[in-house]
Design a protein around this ligand. Structure first.
Ligand code: ATP
Ligand code: MG
Length: 189
């Protein structure tokens, strides 16, 4: 069946639990996921956002997202990006935190309490082997049919991309960082 035939058979307005991947080297992956949470909260939808490898920098959303409660909840797991300059934690500590985030994700996905679960930075966590491919595919393959699952982060695995319905790759055209400009409040964190 070609794509055109498939599209003609779709039921208009039918609720489909999507797998959405936001990847690429450009800026805007996490902020895009936050935008989804903001949008969904307006519909009274329940959103669970779990951040992998975060927790070192106090980003504005940690506070502002509380204003979207009870629709949106945020769980920050980790000690910052693994392997980047200035991060003092060793691989086993990052892996332990990522595994904790994954267990939480599994629990939240299975609970049936959410319309959307967002796993922020899970793609790069997989690339860095903080979580395993089988674990991530397990989350995707066993999710409730109506649940939307959003996976963000650089270097999305081809198997994850293969399973997704919507994949955006954000390319870096420019980044202020390359001009030696420090991260700016409200834009970068
Ligand atoms: P944001 O959180 O702003 O949406 P992101 O999720 O797409 O960014 P990450 O890879 O998670 O990007 O990086 C988070 C931080 O690194 C942000 O402060 C972002 O501005 C910055 N950043 C993103 N892309 C680049 C880049 N190409 N070079 C340097 N820093 C970057
Ligand atoms: Mg990000």
């Amino acid at each position: 069946m070609n794509e055109e035939t498939e599209i003609q058979h779709l039921e208009p307005g039918k609720k489909v639990g999507l797998v959405v991947v936001i990847t690429g080297n450009g800026k805007g992956k996490t902020t895009s996921a936050l935008g989804i949470a903001l949008r969904a909260a307006g519909h009274g939808m329940k959103v669970c956002l779990i951040q992998f490898m975060k927790g070192d920098i106090h980003s504005g959303e940690l506070d502002s997202i509380k204003r979207l409660a009870p629709e949106v909840e945020l769980h920050v797991k980790g000690k910052g990006f693994c392997g980047i300059m200035g991060n003092p934690y060793k691989f086993p500590e990052h892996r332990k935190d990522a595994q904790g985030a994954l267990s939480l994700a599994k629990e939240k996905i299975a609970s049936g309490d959410y319309d959307i679960v967002i796993l922020d930075e899970i793609n790069n966590s997989l690339k860095l082997k903080l979580v395993d491919l089988e674990q991530v595919l397990g989350l995707i393959d066993n999710k409730p049919a109506a649940l939307h699952l959003v996976l963000t982060g650089r270097d999305a695995h081809p198997e994850v991309v293969f399973r997704a319905h919507t994949v955006s790759e954000i390319g870096e055209v420019k980044h202020a960082y390359r001009l030696g400009i420090a991260p700016q409040k409200g834009i970068d964190y």
